[in-house]
Design a protein around this ligand. Structure first.
Ligand SMILES: Nc1ncnc2c1ncn2[C@@H]1O[C@H](COP(=O)(O)OP(=O)(O)O)[C@@H](O)[C@H]1O
Ligand SMILES: [Mg+2]
Length: 331
């Protein structure tokens, strides 16, 4: 599949009083055209920093994009001027965040917030923009769009606001949508509805999606592939079935036991991973998961493992998965 986005050896830090927080430490991944890819990982693993770096929305300072490339439709995002980025954001790359209240402007009517984007990026007349805006509101399942068009964000429920965000994010038919925990702040039933809207829109518009989520039900319901992040690195990637049925990395296995699911049976316990992620001011030289890993060996402390490849689509980084690990352990 032709990639729409390639992230290559991305390093992002934050300069803080105590030193340099190395939040993203050599991220590599690709997103195919029309593909929906989940990024999962515990809180603090660098998912949002990665997403915000792709959008170039990360404030600098305190952030510092140290190195790497983000190739989007053939060009390096990191080489674009701020003005060029403004033309890309909202037009070629759409975004949805956890809390629509902070991304919607409370003082502007919802309809105007959609038409503004269309007028800015697609040079539509205000009549055309209104027509498209109403169509988008209808598409995301907002009833009485004519009436809703003239209301302010506070007149919408949380779920309805998130639908508006989706309508705005997809109004210009972006090639890529980045959704950072889009349903975390919502009730479970509303979460499912919002995911249905996103899936439906994905099918209608063919948008590629990066979906950051804490919910395995969401991954199962709408993603093709999964990227597992830990301490600023990718530790495993695979199709969602490879990750669900045949996870390889000890962290992925632990994470699967700890993450909630939409279809969670009542009383089924979540098992947290014991311990805490490493201090990213002084990240470990070896495997970052080593201190929390039941299977850790001496080498894990000293050298960060490379990728072991399991299929065209699955790889994981763990010394125990290295083809020679069994021989080393038994000798
Ligand atoms: N503005 C900031 N200043 C300092 N450190 C930050 C800042 N934003 C994020 N970080 C650090 O970067 C790391 C990754 O954060 P983040 O990408 O938000 O994690 P996630 O989205 O996976 O929960 C964390 O260790 C966090 O403390
Ligand atoms: Mg986050």
């Amino acid at each position: 599949m032709e990639p729409i986005l390639q992230v290559k050896d991305l390093h992002v830090s934050f300069h803080v009083k105590g030193g340099e927080v190395k939040a993203v430490r050599g991220m590599n991944f690709e997103i195919g055209r029309g593909e929906t890819v989940a990024i999962v990982g515990e809180s603090g693993s660098g998912k949002s920093v990665t997403a915000q770096t792709i959008m170039r929305l990360i404030p600098s300072p305190p952030s510092d994009i140290k190195s790497g490339q983000i190739i989007f439709q053939g060009d390096d995002i990191l080489k674009k001027t701020n003005k060029e980025m403004e033309a890309i954001r909202g037009k070629d790359i759409g975004m949805i965040f956890q809390d629509p209240m902070t991304s919607l402007n409370p003082t502007i009517k919802v309809g105007k917030q959609i038409t503004e984007v269309l007028i800015k990026h697609q040079k539509l007349s205000s009549a055309e923009a209104k027509e498209r805006g109403l169509e988008m509101l209808k598409l995301v399942g907002i009833k009485n769009p004519e009436e809703r068009f003239n209301q302010y964000p506070h007149e919408f429920s949380g779920g309805m606001r998130q639908r508006v965000m989706i309508a705005i994010a997809l109004a210009c038919r972006p090639a890529l949508l980045i959704a950072d925990e889009p349903t975390t702040a919502l009730d479970v039933t509303i979460q499912a509805q919002i995911m249905d809207v996103m899936k439906d829109m994905q099918q209608k518009l063919g948008t590629s999606i990066i979906l950051i989520t804490h919910d395995l039900g969401v991954v199962a319901g709408m993603c093709d592939r999964v990227i597992v992040m830990y301490a600023g690195e990718v530790v495993e990637t695979g199709t969602k079935w490879e990750i669900f049925k045949n996870p390889q990395h000890p962290y992925t296995k632990g994470l699967l036991r700890s993450m909630p699911r939409l279809d969670q049976k009542k009383g089924e316990p979540l098992i947290p991973i014991i311990g805490t992620p490493p201090d990213l001011i002084k990240p470990p030289v070896g495997c970052a998961f080593c201190a929390r890993c039941d299977e850790a060996m001496k080498v894990c402390e000293r050298i960060n493992p490379g990728a072991t490849v399991f299929s065209d689509t699955q790889m994981a980084r763990c010394w125990n998965l290295h083809p020679m690990a069994k021989e080393v352990q038994s000798s």
